[in-house]
Write a protein that binds this ligand. Structure first.
Ligand code: NDP
Length: 241
């Protein structure tokens, strides 16, 4: 049996890096995608190799269908199987909705939601004939509750949940499971400018989560231990609601 392959979008930093390391530790060959920060993605690959794992990094923009299509075609032709896809790449461009530029709406929605389309469709075409595969997408608590100043981000993440649940029901009988992880506040570059001390008071556990705490749930959902779980949204948020 060939070494199973996992593709992690935005795997160079933050939650994506933790997921890449976790999946490499579980035996996957990890394809670490990044958009522009090549050195950080290379560091992720070095890190997973230092822990006895294996993988590579590949730069492309998940929101760009031509770019991601070409890159995926090359990866899918080279790897015997693709067993896991983690749609983790995401960005924020916060602001009150009435002030929000069209560009801020489009780039945020296109990264999470168009990225899901661009990545998941070609990968499913490989997973379905294999009769095996797991897709996990990283949404957010904002996609479940909405959040002031994040209409674009909340819409993108809510869309990701709707799309995942729909695709899950289409692939449930074909051996492919599709789930969502919805983190609360996690210690990464993304929240560098967030008012963390104020937000902590809204979190029952009164602390920020760590990327590894999200990554372990992703690893579980990808594993055979989660063989009867599909179309679900698992929150990792310190008990926020
Ligand atoms: P970071 O900002 O730390 O990392 C984002 C990653 O996404 C980077 O690797 C970046 O690549 C990559 N990326 C961004 N845009 C693209 C693109 N168009 N194509 C390919 N890769 C891209 O974010 P986090 O680790 O915090 O977030 C990871 C996911 O978790 C996101 O979807 C985010 O929305 C979600 N999330 C995060 C929370 C948090 O509190 N941190 C809370 C809830 C959800 P590069 O390094 O090249 O820039």
């Amino acid at each position: 049996m060939p070494q199973p392959t996992a593709i992690v979008t935005g795997g160079g930093r933050g939650i994506g890096r933790a997921v890449s390391v976790e999946l490499a530790g579980a035996g996957y060959y990890v394809v670490v995608n990044y958009k522009s920060n090549a050195s950080s993605a290379e560091e992720t690959v070095e890190l997973l190799k230092a822990n006895g794992g294996d993988g590579e990094c590949v730069g492309f923009d998940v929101s760009n269908s031509d770019e991601s299509g070409k890159a995926l075609e090359e990866i899918l032709s080279r790897r015997k199987t693709v067993d896991v896809l983690v749609n983790n790449a995401g960005i924020t461009a916060d602001g009150l909705f009435v002030m929000m530029s069209e560009n801020d709406w489009d780039t945020v929605v296109n990264t999470s939601l168009k990225g899901f389309y661009n990545m998941t469709k070609p990968v499913l075409k490989k997973m379905i004939p294999q009769k095996r595969g797991s897709v996990v997408s990283i949404a957010s608590v904002a996609g479940l509750t909405g959040n002031r100043g994040q209409a674009n981000y909340a819409a993108a993440k809510a869309g990701l949940i709707g799309a995942s649940r729909s695709v899950a029901s289409e692939t449930a009988r074909l051996g492919v499971r599709v789930n969502v992880v919805a983190p609360g506040l996690i210690e990464t570059d993304m929240i560098r400018n967030a008012p963390v001390e104020n937000i902590k008071s809204l979190i029952p556990m009164a602390r920020i989560g760590k990327p590894a705490e999200v990554a372990r749930v992703v690893r579980f959902l990808c594993s055979e231990d989660a063989s009867y779980i599909t179309g679900q949204v698992i929150s990792v948020n310190g008990g926020m609601f």
